[in-house]
Design a protein. Structure first.
Ligand code: GLN
Length: 517
């Protein structure tokens, strides 16, 4: 056999490197088996190959090729000069960042015309923690405008396509981050989850995505959508990678007043240890007759895996799941209407041209009408209406009451005292259906909102949740589309959540499956 020419060798290497998990890459970089520069080059080449063009995935709004390579070479230099122990736990690992997180480099657009040219003067805490751990930021990923949506179709920069079938959506709003990880453009990405925007796209693209407990990850530098619900979290192709990323981004930050001052979790070292006599609660509401057959199947498959691992399956009742969507779609738009008031074309955001005879109100309304897309405008109107005098109690206060009931429902099933079933985690589908077609729900906001049926409750209750790939659905057009299942755990129990997710992953034998792209 003739040895491969240098060119061939590079291709082989590149293909392999994009398949590496974050932990495998980090270890290979530390041991000198590969370099951070090669890892960055491989991911950038993959982005070039699959992300642009008419039928490209369109996961990225911007990439930073030169800067990424520069940073990667610095990591390589440090490994060579100072030794592998001196670099962080994500040394040389390429990452993708949802474009609603500030980075003091490039633009932070939130997928909006309003912020098309906005350059942040600072970097979000969670992103900075990744960088401090040695991660290499490849670029900023596409999202539904201001993170409002479940399909990444509501982006000023065009829709992101699902790597499994490019006529379908990747879910949203963090669809770009999910698609980037699924399509091997990056092993790790950050998203934000206000009502499901990490877990739902993770489910629809066949990757792992975690929304940590509210208060676990600093929101400083995350452009606010609904502040009492927003939380940043990681996407990866394995539970172990997500566990490691959690350890890095979690922790107290005095710049976020809702950041909780408790020690960061140690998920990475715990993740491989199965939980003895794990009690898995399955709400009867999870076995909804409206679930797609493949979703129902995936749920039963997950239950089977847990049973085979000696876990105990406990039937539980979470009646307030039914009220989640109604409460969320009052509370989230109400907070959004207030948070987005700052984009007035004067202090923040795109400024419209107005005539000499027009007044300040025209400037505001013209700027906002031009800068915001239809869905964002709908949310602002919904929220403003719900908060207006005369309607406040009927809508907003009622929604807050429902939110409290959702929280109490979860408290009850996690508790042992008071006759509670004392489950360790709750298992449900991540979404009612696998990925739908681009355009399919575009004219039906309510159908789009129902995508979040299984995810919003975690945000309302402030608890942690993770979506784990649990199978492939055969769609009626012959396409194979991923299906995810979701686990919830009580506040600040991310270690437990990751261990339980890892048990599921080990029993489902999913990791080697890749989109046909
Ligand atoms: N899909 C939900 C919405 O449109 C959730 C979005 C999110 O979590 N950012 O509001």
């Amino acid at each position: 056999m003739t040895p491969p020419s240098p060119g061939q060798n590079a291709t082989i290497l590149a293909v392999e490197l994009t398949d590496f998990s974050a932990i495998e890459l980090r270890d290979a970089i530390r041991s000198g088996e590969t370099s951070a520069a090669d890892a960055a080059r491989a991911c950038l080449a993959r982005i070039e190959e699959v992300d642009s063009g008419e039928n490209g995935v369109n996961a990225f709004i911007q990439t930073f090729p030169e800067r990424a390579l520069e940073q990667a070479m610095k990591i390589d230099e440090r490994v060579a000069k100072e030794g592998a122990e001196t670099v962080g736990p994500l040394a040389g690992v390429p990452v993708a960042i949802k474009d609603n997180m500030c980075l003091a480099h490039g633009r932070t657009t939130c997928g909006s015309r309003m912020l098309e040219n906005y350059e942040s003067p600072f970097t979000a805490t969670a992103v900075q923690r990744l960088i401090d751990a040695g991660a290499i930021v490849l670029g900023k990923t596409n999202l539904d405008e201001f993170a409002m949506g479940s399909s990444t179709e509501h982006s000023y920069f065009g829709p992101t396509r699902n790597p499994w079938d490019r006529s379908r959506v990747p879910g949203g709003s963090s669809g770009g981050s999910a698609a980037a990880v699924a399509a091997r453009m990056a092993p790790l990405a950050l998203g934000s989850d206000t009502g499901g925007s990490i877990r739902q796209p993770a489910g629809l693209t066949g990757v792992v995505g975690c929304k940590p407990t509210y208060g676990r990850v600093s929101r400083w530098g995350l452009v606010a959508f609904a502040s009492s619900l927003d939380q940043i979290g990681p996407f990866g192709r394995t539970v172990s990678d997500v566990a490691l990323a959690l350890d890095v981004i979690c922790g107290f930050d005095e710049l976020d007043s809702t950041s909780v001052n408790t020690s960061a979790p140690a998920c990475a070292q715990a993740v491989d240890a199965p939980i003895n006599k794990l009690r898995v609660g399955v709400p009867k509401q999870a076995r909804n007759e409206k679930n797609h057959p493949a979703v129902a199947e995936a749920l039963e498959r997950a239950i089977g895996v847990y049973q085979s691992l000696g876990a105990q399956i406990v039937d539980i009742d979470l009646p307030t799941i039914e009220y989640g969507i109604a409460a969320y779609y009052i509370i989230a738009p109400a907070e959004a209407s207030s948070n987005l008031a700052r984009f007035d074309g004067v202090r923040y955001g795109r400024r419209a041209e107005i005539g000499a005879h027009e007044d300040l109100i025209s400037l505001y309304s013209r700027s906002r009408a031009e800068g915001f897309g239809e869905e964002v405008q709908r949310r602002i109107m919904l929220g403003t209406f719900a908060l207006s005098s005369g309607y406040y109690d009927a809508y907003y206060t009622t929604a807050l009451r429902a939110r409290r009931l959702v929280k109490e429902d979860f408290d009850r099933v996690f508790a042992t005292e008071g006759g509670g079933p004392g489950v360790d985690v709750v298992l449900s589908p991540s979404t009612p259906t696998p990925a739908f077609r681009i355009g399919e729900k575009a004219d039906d906001p309510l159908a789009m909102y129902l995508e979040d049926y299984y995810t919003v409750t975690a945000n309302l209750a402030g608890i942690a949740g993770v979506s784990v790939p649990a199978g492939l659905a055969s769609m009626d057009d012959g396409v194979r589309a991923p299906v995810g299942v979701q686990l919830f755990s009580p506040p600040f129990s991310e270690e437990r959540l990751m261990r339980a997710a890892n048990m599921l992953e080990s029993g489902l034998d999913w990791n080697d499956r890749r989109p046909p792209l």
